[in-house]
Design a protein. Structure first.
Lengths: 114, 114
């Protein structure tokens, strides 16, 4: 079975531009979460979506937004890119909305801002 | 404020010996804990988890111990193998949360020497 897939794998943008990152969860998983990982740190929670509704938001500015589609895939959008947005963006999926269950991660999108 | 702490940035162990990775947390509302392994250019891979109602969980060479009174957990890998060389992240999830948000430590780089 396919795991969590993310696209693109790498992306280079300039300051002020907009970016859209995509994620397909494991088949049957209804919850998708987004994390940002900067060098030397652990992943930081950005959003969780479940059944197309936002269920949680981390401490990120309004330039970050996301949505989930009927097939449970998800997009993360970042507007007005800043140099500090350079990071690895990870998508994770799980079957349920919450509870004691592991989340499974994709390999991420490496975003570089010039 | 770092709620999940991994105070050892790196650890070097001989092949065949035990690797012990440590993690401390500050929030007593955390009730589910996970360990992830991450190779370069890949996403985090789920290893093992433990619920706060237990103090030990085993899966093959991996055992996680939880000491709630000390707010401390550890991952034991026995015997260590060169393929275990990776960054290990400890993560925690709060009890009763509306989301399955994970809070990560900063990671420990494990090097298993042949």
């Amino acid at each position: 079975d396919a795991g969590v897939t993310q696209s693109p794998t790498h992306l280079i943008k300039t300051r002020g531009q907009h970016v859209t990152l995509r994620c397909s969860p494991i088949s049957g998983h209804k919850s998708v979460s987004w994390y940002q990982q900067v060098l030397g740190q652990g992943p930081q929670f950005i959003f969780q979506y479940y059944e197309k509704e936002e269920r949680g938001r981390g401490n990120f500015p309004d330039r970050f937004s996301a949505r989930q589609f009927p097939n449970y895939s998800s997009e993360l959008n970042v507007n007005a890119l800043l140099l500090g947005d350079s990071a690895l963006y990870l998508c994770a999926s799980s079957f349920e909305e919450h509870g004691n269950q592991p989340q499974h991660f994709g390999d991420g999108t490496r975003l570089s801002i010039l | 404020d770092q709620q999940v702490k991994q105070n050892s940035p790196s650890l070097s162990v001989q092949e065949g010996r035990i690797s012990i990775l440590n993690c401390d947390y500050t929030n007593s509302m955390f009730d589910y804990f996970l360990w992830y392994k991450k190779y370069p250019a890949e996403g985090p891979t789920f290893l093992i988890s433990i619920s706060s109602i237990k103090d030990k969980n085993e899966d093959g060479r991996f055992t996680v111990f939880l000491n709630k009174s000390a707010k401390h957990l550890s991952l034991h890998i026995v015997p260590s193998q060169p393929g275990d060389s990776a960054v290990y992240f400890c993560a925690a999830s709060p009890y009763g949360g509306a989301t399955n948000k994970l809070i990560f430590g900063t990671g420990t780089l494990l090097a298993v020497q042949p």
